[in-house]
Design a protein around this ligand. Structure first.
Ligand code: PMV
Length: 298
């Protein structure tokens, strides 16, 4: 069975597209996929009941992405791939990267191709580029490799170690957004006002560096404050919605150590850092429908 995890970016989204570091975690929820030889190439995606053929020139991005992935394999039989998606799409949890990683992993398995998870992440960029235009690579790296890691475009993923697990509660705002559009909006702001936006990115970099130390030393109080600061900077880049703001405020008032939107923004998910497991479960109830707990060990 092929598998691609979802991910939560703890700090550094958007800045990571422009070469700054970010910290992310892989979560257990993700995408599983199975491939078998068939009469013709086909990708089935549930729970959406989609069945599509690869088409490198097609209008539908999923058809182009499937075509881009199949083009990586020479001399292969026709393949039918069935993927089961457990993540909300367009919600900041790396759904599209997880599908790409799971599909490639499933094809590798049926064709008995041995590839490291790092190489799998690299190959999955072919899929991700169709959706995101200019992906930093963090989604597919975390989807394939998982754990808690610091990522900088072009560098190997740097795993972070700690003896204290992170208790995260992920809440869904109910609205989806397009990563491509949100990334383009930041690029426009950068072009229009480079001083302001570069300052924002530099501020985020300082938060990421400090968060690395906080995670490694198990100082989750400091980590929570850094998440709040990062959230404020992302809001200043107009990436946050009023629903996400409200959910972060609710989580903080209910005892979260910090709360932040995650991923592209403009909708999608936020997460809160809880001091311990039972607090995470309580916060999950407060964050409403679609909220779930992710315990992540570094
Ligand atoms: O919203 P998602 O899961 O697609 O995450 C996007 C993260 C960005 O930093 C906004 C884009 C990227 O390619 O890193």
């Amino acid at each position: 069975m092929g598998f691609g995890r979802g991910k939560v970016i703890l700090l550094g989204e958007h800045a990571v597209v422009h070469g700054y570091p970010a910290i992310a975690v892989g979560i257990e929820k993700g995408v599983t996929a199975e491939a078998k030889s068939a009469e013709r190439d086909l990708l089935r995606l549930s729970p959406w009941n989609l069945a599509l053929r690869p088409d490198p020139q097609g209008d539908e991005p999923l058809e182009r992405a499937f075509g881009a992935v199949l083009a990586l394999y020479s001399d292969r039989p026709a393949l039918e791939v069935s993927a089961e998606v457990e993540l909300p799409a367009g919600a900041g949890l790396g759904c599209s990267a997880a599908i790409g990683v799971a599909v490639l992993d499933a094809i590798d398995r049926v064709l008995r191709i041995e590839r490291s998870r790092t190489d799998l992440a690299e190959a999955a960029l072919a899929w991700e580029r169709v959706f995101h235009g200019n992906p930093s690579g963090i989604d597919n790296a975390m989807s394939a490799v998982g754990g808690v890691a610091l990522y900088r475009k072009g560098d190997p993923l740097q795993p972070l170690r700690s003896n204290k697990p992170l208790h995260l509660v992920i809440g869904y705002s109910g609205a989806s957004s397009s990563t491509k559009e949100m990334v383009a909006s930041v690029a426009r702001q950068l072009e229009g006002d480079p001083e302001r936006v570069n300052k924002a990115f530099e501020g985020i970099e300082v938060l990421v560096r400090n968060a690395k130390l906080a995670i490694e030393s198990g100082d989750h109080i400091a980590l929570g404050q850094l998440l709040d600061f990062n959230h404020t900077i992302l809001s200043s880049l107009m990436l946050c919605t009023s629903k996400l703001e409200e959910m972060c405020q609710t989580a903080r008032r209910a005892g979260a150590l910090g709360a932040k939107m995650t991923g592209a923004g403009g909708g999608g998910c936020m997460f809160a850092l809880a001091p311990k497991r039972d607090e995470a479960l309580r916060l999950c109830g407060v964050l409403g429908e679609g909220a779930f707990v992710a315990e992540v060990s570094a």
